[in-house]
Ligand binder design. Structure first.
Ligand SMILES: Nc1nc2c(c(=O)[nH]1)N[C@H]1C(S)=C(S)[C@@H](COP(=O)(O)OP(=O)(O)OC[C@H]3O[C@@H](n4cnc5c(N)ncnc54)[C@H](O)[C@@H]3O)O[C@H]1N2
Ligand code: MOO
Length: 400
């Protein structure tokens, strides 16, 4: 049994980024940049007004003299001439500052009588002016390779006039469920059968991580069926098998695919849940064998598959960060497997979040998994702990 960190390191080291493709910005949210995006223009392109009012020479506003309005500058329609001493131009938010003006007198601070504008206050040079290039200049780096496009930054790319952006192709992740006991949701299970849920939950995780889940079906526990199903993963970036990873006579993944081109890197890790995790290659395709227990499959999805997808995307974030919380209940000493306890983390005013593991940690219990928002992490051989002691945890918010 190898440690979790070593297993993940070996998986990530074996993967390469997916090819670059260009997407239009309207479809780019959630994608990861393969190359930096540089501004193709300067923003604002000229000095602009930040308010509705009058473009003035600041020096003309403190002397009690009225100004003469000689024109108008609106957003998209600038004033053509320039402003001389004692002159002003009516201006609106987002309009270019006319030549000669150096400040904006907001209309609340002016009295207008026809073309005669009386400033009620003196303004300093630069008041309410957004200088050219305030936001960015042509050639500035807008976003770096590895960053994910989303609501925070997609508007910046648009403003930089980058209508197409280079992103990594979404990794295609083939999901192969295994087991005679499985039927699809909506089908009528026989007396000893259950509904297959892993391809859906792990598929949803794949999509959230930026990959494209490809459900290649359920293989019954027959060697020929499994070998045949494995071939359907051709063209995918990774084959994820669900179940059949353990040691029983019906756990066939290694045995069957072993004779058909499966090259195992490692099998079995010091982790709970997730002991029978397997990694290798099936022909050209990296193969990740997740345990069949539904919670084990999903937890291993968080710890290994999501990082693998982020690595193939060249994303900045691969490994889920460990956070520090306070334990909400007493725990017994841990054994030699690193433990990932389904928990509820609640933020607290008086310190780190309170992280309370559920009492039932059976790896078949989807009802518990669905309520958890965190995994409390305990190293191998951790001593017994009392409520209130510090505990590391991983948030599951990215699955929400
Ligand atoms: N003698 C031993 N038995 C087991 C060991 C062991 O070390 N020695 N390890 C246990 C651990 S830990 C796990 S985890 C499981 C993993 O076994 P497999 O990966 O071979 O998974 P299966 O046996 O195929 O299934 C386990 C369990 O999960 C259910 N399952 C499978 N696929 C799905 C699906 N798509 N949707 C919903 N549920 C699924 C399946 O019916 C079983 O109940 O092995 C332990 N045994
Ligand atoms: O590792 Mo198993 O995943 O403990 O149930």
């Amino acid at each position: 049994m190898i440690p979790v960190a070593e297993a993940r390191g070996r998986i990530l080291a074996a993967l390469s980024p997916t090819p670059l493709e260009w997407v239009g910005l309207e479809r780019a949210s959630g994608r990861v940049l393969a190359e930096p995006v540089l501004a193709r223009r300067t923003q604002p392109p000229a000095d602009m007004s930040a308010m509705d009012g009058y473009a003035v020479r600041a020096a003309d506003t403190g002397n009690g003299q009225p100004l003469r309005q000689i024109g108008e500058s609106a957003a998209g329609h600038g004033f053509d001439g320039s402003i001389g001493p004692g002159e002003t131009v009516r201006i609106f938010t987002g309009a270019p500052l006319p030549e000669g003006a150096d400040a904006i007198l907001i209309q609340e601070d002016a009295e207008a009588d026809g073309d005669t504008i009386r400033p009620k206050a003196a303004v300093a040079p630069g008041t309410y002016v957004r200088p050219a290039g305030l936001d960015f200049r042509e050639g500035d780096a807008g976003m770096a390779a590895g960053q994910e496009i989303g609501p925070r930054n997609i508007g910046l790319l648009a403003a930089m006039n980058a209508p197409w952006v280079p992103v990594r192709r979404r990794p295609r992740i083939a999901l192969l469920s295994t087991g005679d006991e499985l039927v699809r949701p909506g089908e009528a299970p026989g007396p000893d059968q259950i509904i297959s849920s892993n391809a859906l939950s792990v598929g949803a995780l794949v999509a959230k991580a930026g990959g494209e889940p490809v459900d290649i079906g359920i293989a019954p526990d027959r060697p020929d069926a499994l070998a045949e199903a494995g071939r359907r993963a051709g063209g995918c970036d990774m084959l994820v098998t669900l179940g059949g990873a353990s040691v029983g006579e019906h756990d066939l993944v290694q045995e069957v695919l072993g004779g058909k081109g499966l090259d195992i890197d490692f099998w079995r890790i010091a982790m709970r849940p997730g002991k029978p995790l397997m990694f290798g290659r099936f022909g050209d395709v990296p193969l990740l064998g997740l345990p069949g227990n539904p919670v084990s499959a999903l937890v291993c999805g968080v710890i290994f598959l999501r990082p693998a997808i982020r690595a193939m995307l060249g994303a900045e974030d691969t490994v889920p960060p460990l956070r520090r919380g306070r334990l909400g209940r007493d725990l017994p000493a841990n054994d030699r497997r690193e433990d990932y306890l389904r928990s509820i983390a609640v933020s607290a005013d008086d310190g780190p979040p309170m992280v309370t593991p559920f009492e039932r940690q059976d790896s078949s219990m989807l009802s518990v998994m669905s309520r958890a928002n965190a995994l409390a992490v305990r190293p191998p051989h951790a001593p017994a702990m009392a409520a209130g002691e510090p505990i590391d945890y991983i948030t599951l918010d990215h699955l929400a």
